[in-house]
Design a protein around this ligand. Structure first.
Ligand code: ADP
Length: 474
């Protein structure tokens, strides 16, 4: 099995969210199952250390042949190719959000296809991710139809977040090198007046995956479907939910180099040292028996932060610390900054991306809040399990698949889970957590239930492999 994995962000080089973590870990796990994996990703302007120059790529785009420099790196049995096209990818620290995003990622998609020609044998499967690569299967079925090199190449698109649909102006199709008549009709990319790259991926790929079984069901409903539910129902037989794994080489409190101390399920004493370290980092008094409620998150409505905002004062009145690491919507930054300025001995906030601090918060916290409105998979609740930080989550998407509500009688369950999107339901679960925290035996049982669970990538990799085998056979 020979795979080309095309993705617009890749940890540790470029990252806006969980997709970058998947891009780093899944190829590695696939390689371990015996798949030949090549990863293709942009070389954004700030990635000056990524790979070694290996040559120049030529791709037809914008009514001409454009060139890009290609850099290569080989690690963990995976070859990664970085496409360096300054006109498209050198935009400061920014990955997305530019007015010409459609052209930038159409070019990325088109050049990834051209790169496939470098390796002699065509790939069995090209696997793209989200709207940024949605045009890959569209190119293969239209502009490259009849090209013998690609005649037997199958395509897979993974949906990591349906909310981002890659809208573009349909009049740009010829500029992208696609037939103008791809606008309408059953294969048309038209979606609510504009074009949608994600729609292209959904319609033209041989198989679709998304990042949890629950989310695979949810996106077929109007509530979670972002108006694409009908399309997804149409393709439901080709849509598979595969829960993301986590990379325990990176996220393991027994080995984590970011931490003040290390710990295991058998000996949690290091976790208290991590908590003391965390409180000091935020300049708060170190009162180790006071529970610490923590969040690491993009600050966006998706993450249920309006519920957190509604309960924030009640959390403080209940006697807990509140610590938040996040970046995004300024409305939330203003609110949480205000909270911290009002109660600096109880609240710690950090706005920005900070990988080390994300680890330190996972280790030093007692409870992790993730009351998302929707959550395709979610990684932080899985990291929290491993770090003995009890997740309090809303029952949606991957949160519902990974967290079982704790049952005091049977001692089963690895977290606390509520259903309705409502601040009072969240607060009830927080109160339940605070009560359980006062019962050290029970609390430790709950922590251990989480720490012992195994969400490593190996299982997911075999499931992806099965999808590749299926589309190849077809
Ligand atoms: P999403 O992809 O929707 O943002 P996930 O839970 O799937 O949510 O993945 C989020 C990833 O981003 C995790 O690896 C998390 O640790 C990381 N992350 C989120 N915000 C920050 C931040 N401010 N600093 C460092 N890492 C962050």
């Amino acid at each position: 099995m020979n795979l080309l994995f095309v993705v617009s962000e890749l940890a540790p080089y470029s990252k806006t969210g969980g997709l970058a973590d998947v891009a780093a870990a899944l190829p590695k796990a696939l390689a371990a199952t015996g798949v030949t994996v090549r990863v293709v990703t942009p070389r954004y302007g700030f990635m000056t250390a990524a790979g070694e120059y290996v040559g120049e790529l030529r791709a037809p785009f914008g009514f001409q042949v454009q060139t890009a420099r290609v850099f290569r790196e080989a690690r963990h049995g995976v070859e990664t190719f970085f496409i360096d096209a300054p006109a498209y990818f050198h935009r400061g620290r920014k990955l997305y959000g530019e007015p010409d995003d459609p052209a930038r990622f159409a070019f990325f998609s088109r050049s990834a296809i051209e790169l496939a020609r470098w390796f002699g044998e065509p790939p069995d499967v090209i696997h793209g991710n989200d709207w940024m690569t949605g045009l890959i299967p569209v190119y293969l079925r239209s502009a490259l139809r009849g090209d013998p090199f690609f005649a037997r190449v199958a395509t897979v698109t993974s949906i990591h977040n349906l909310a981002f649909q890659g809208f573009f102006d349909l009049r740009d199709l010829p500029y992208f090198g696609l037939p103008g008549d791809l606008q309408r009709g059953p294969d048309g990319l038209e979606f609510g007046g504009a074009g949608s790259m994600l729609k292209g991926g959904i319609l033209a790929s041989d198989a679709l995956t998304t990042v949890s079984e629950r989310y695979a069901q949810e996106i077929q409903t109007p509530e979670y479907g972002f108006r694409m539910d009908a399309l997804l129902r149409m393709r439901r037989h080709d849509l598979v939910g595969i829960l993301n794994g986590v990379d325990y080489d990176e996220w393991n409190p027994a080995t984590d180099a970011h931490l003040a101390a290390r710990y295991t399920p058998a000996d949690l004493s290091g976790k208290r040292l991590c908590k003391a370290d965390l409180l000091k980092r935020f300049g708060m008094p170190v009162e180790l028996d006071r529970p610490a409620i923590v969040i690491v998150s993009r600050l966006s409505d998706q993450k249920g932060l309006d519920l957190v905002r509604d309960v924030a004062w009640r959390i403080l009145h209940a006697g807990a610390y509140f610590i938040l690491l996040g970046a995004g919507d300024p409305r939330y930054e203003v609110f949480f900054q205000h909270l911290r300025d009002t109660a600096p001995r109880r609240v710690g906030v950090y706005f920005g991306l900070n990988e080390a601090l994300a680890h330190q918060i996972e280790a030093g916290g007692d409870m992790f809040l993730m009351p998302s409105a929707y959550e395709p998979c979610g990684l932080n609740q899985i990291y929290s399990l491993k770090y003995g930080t009890v997740p309090i989550v809303r029952a949606t998407g991957g949160l519902d698949d990974t967290i079982q509500d704790f049952d005091r009688v049977t001692g089963t369950g690895n977290g606390l889970k509520f259903r309705a999107y409502n601040a009072n339901r969240l607060m009830e679960k927080i109160y339940e957590g605070l009560l359980l925290y006062r019962q050290p035996e029970t609390w430790r049982a709950l922590q251990r239930n989480g720490m012992q669970a195994d969400f490593s990538w190996a299982r997911a990799a075999w499931k992806y492999r099965a999808v590749y085998e299926r589309v190849r056979a077809a």
